[in-house]
Design a protein around this ligand. Sequence first.
Ligand code: PEP
Ligand code: MG
Length: 589
Amino acid sequence: MPINNIIINGLGIGENIVLGKVFYYSDEISVPTYSITEDEIEKEYQRFNNAIKESENQLNELQSSVANEIGDILYTHIIMLNDKVINNQIKETVARTKKNIDSVYNKIMFDYINKIRSLPDQTLAERSNDIMDVRTRVLRNLNNVSLIQNIPINTDAIIVAKNLTPSDTLHFRDNSIAGFAVETGGVTSHIAILARSLGIPAIVGLKNITSMINVGDSMIINGKTGQVIINPDEKIKAGYEITRALYKKSYEEGMLESQKKTIMLDNVEIDIAINIDTYEDTINIEKYGCKDIGLYRTEFLYMTHGPFPNENVQFEYYKNIFDSVEGTTTIRTLDLGGDKLADGYNINSSNFEMDENPFLGWRAIRFCLSNQNIFKTQLRAIFRASVYGKIRVIIPMISVVHEIIKIKEIIEEVKEQLRNEKIDFDDNIKLGAMIETPSAAISSDILAKHVDFFSIGSNDLIQYTLACDRTNEKVAYLYQPLDTSVLRLIKMISLSANKADINISLCGEMGASIIYCPVLLGLGIHSLSMSKTSVPTIKKTIRLLKMSECKKLVDVLFETDDTEEKKIIIDKFLKKANINLADDDIIKN
Ligand code: PEP
Ligand code: MG
């Protein structure tokens, strides 16, 4: 008999509340170990043969649906599966030790993995990850544990997991599910950003949730409040229906006004653009009254078509996006690293390995500058596609001006190559810097002389300024957009951009929250980019504000260094402007 009405609070993402059925997702596997009798040896061989056959079928099927480079890797997996020497060794060990096939197989594969990992040859050592992949597949098939891509998932499924990688999240998008409830992560982790842009409610930072659920449980998740209710009773379900109807009404009201311009009460117009991760995100953006893409995060293309898609694959993809966007697309060069890592990068690439401290390590432009072939391939694809739309290029995680100087040299080299090859491209593409490290913010006056525009990456700027990992729920309390240090840096960046007369916008999640909205406007940010699902609420908020009042609000906020007090001041300010904080999906956290 399940226990009803268990309430857990986490960090909520999204504008929605859903009721669904729990779907537990884990990529860990447990390996059963037991003894067998002489008579059972043949049965174990049979299980093994079946698992190898099933694995081969799955790999063949996968191979036909992926790009060439991945296909080659899958082919090597098929060869490994059928390695006669290893497979005979496994069978011989089962017969000799009288242990079940799973445990023997696991041990022998690990012996190989460890041997290969200790080799000085780095490329060979990295093959160990392929063996690990093959091992996981065979062990799952031995126990009939389906791989995620083979599981039929209902549309009312709420995916409950310890952790989800961005590629897992994208995969579930293709299965159109109801929501996510995850143990790890903060409000700006990439699973949160993806969930928001997919319009799927998610709750992250739900400690121990995976140990509280059972097969068949039902669950309500409220993206606005961060609340999860396991096995709600009839009374709670009735309340859920009412809340759902209210949220729907409020959202639809916002949508009705989305087409109107975003003009403040004292006539200042604010630009609202959309953040996208994939081509699908560009569909219907005009419904939100938006024309421009303020941030296109290209790393998701690498995760879905990667590990490193070739120039033509990228060109076709960018071309489709630029072509379908009515306004300007601000395309960001590869920002791999931090929590934006697909398993594939560890497994298949000889160029990328997980750093011990990935957010401070070989991320984004740092990775691109030391792998210039990968960077140049992307730039060539972007430039070639530039003739199909209006675009700007932005570079993530700039820390020092020297990086910009180097990037400009590389861009010139790529352009020269294209000219020599007589390939058309737009020769006047504006170059921008993401300002998301404290060093870039502090030296923004210098950087402003070298680029055409800035976009503040507040998700990173906050984590780096307060030295708290944005994905770690244990330090989520430190992740405070209103901290004086963060507000000072945003003001500094805004002043530098104004002084140099370059365009500035903000594309982090801070810009999608009602409570931070008047603060950003008052700090001089007149252009915001966000997930399309946040647009109606933010536009509605801005139309109720006066720029002169927002500036005064910022002055008052700088008089206190207590974040809680700042929230109270803003709360009062918003109430006075008739703005309903119940619509905010970030303040609740
Ligand atoms: C940011 O850091 O605010 C940002 C927009 O980039 P990302 O979230 O992709 O790191
Ligand atoms: Mg960033």
